[in-house]
Design a protein around this ligand. Sequence first.
Ligand SMILES: *[C@@H]1O[C@H](CO)[C@@H](O)[C@H](O)[C@H]1NC(C)=O
Ligand SMILES: *[C@@H]1O[C@H](CO)[C@@H](O)[C@H](O)[C@H]1NC(C)=O
Length: 123
Amino acid sequence: TCPYEAQQQNLLRVWCRQSSAECCTGLTFSNSSQLADGGKLRVTQDLHSFTVELLEPSYTGGVYWCGLLSRNDTIIKLAEGYFHSSSAAFIWSFTRWMLLPLLPVATICAHVCTTSKLFLFLF
Ligand SMILES: *[C@@H]1O[C@H](CO)[C@@H](O)[C@H](O)[C@H]1NC(C)=O
Ligand SMILES: *[C@@H]1O[C@H](CO)[C@@H](O)[C@H](O)[C@H]1NC(C)=O
């Protein structure tokens, strides 16, 4: 579950796998999408949060982030979770859940990461 501020509701949503401390690789989807990544992700959009559920076990294990794509093409990270791809029980651990009180401070990924990788994936 990825909570955001009211003024961020129009921004594209981001789902990505962490690739280094400050970068990740993944995809974006709109603020009205109910499915993403060709139906592998189900998205529930609420008033000040959206929730991503994995429907297919096709994801590589690792740390995944959800966030928003800010207007300067950096990712505003909202939450992260560890996904075990090999487990039958697709365990999402949100114990490392992260909600930064000052969201602008949470802008973490440099322009070069998002533009080179994020858009390679289909919506
Ligand atoms: C999505 O963004 C549009 C404007 O682009 C806005 O009118 C709408 O309320 C937003 N929807 C959600 C669920 O945030
Ligand atoms: C992008 O915008 C955020 C605020 O939305 C700001 O904190 C960040 O410093 C900006 N990054 C760049 C590279 O301009």
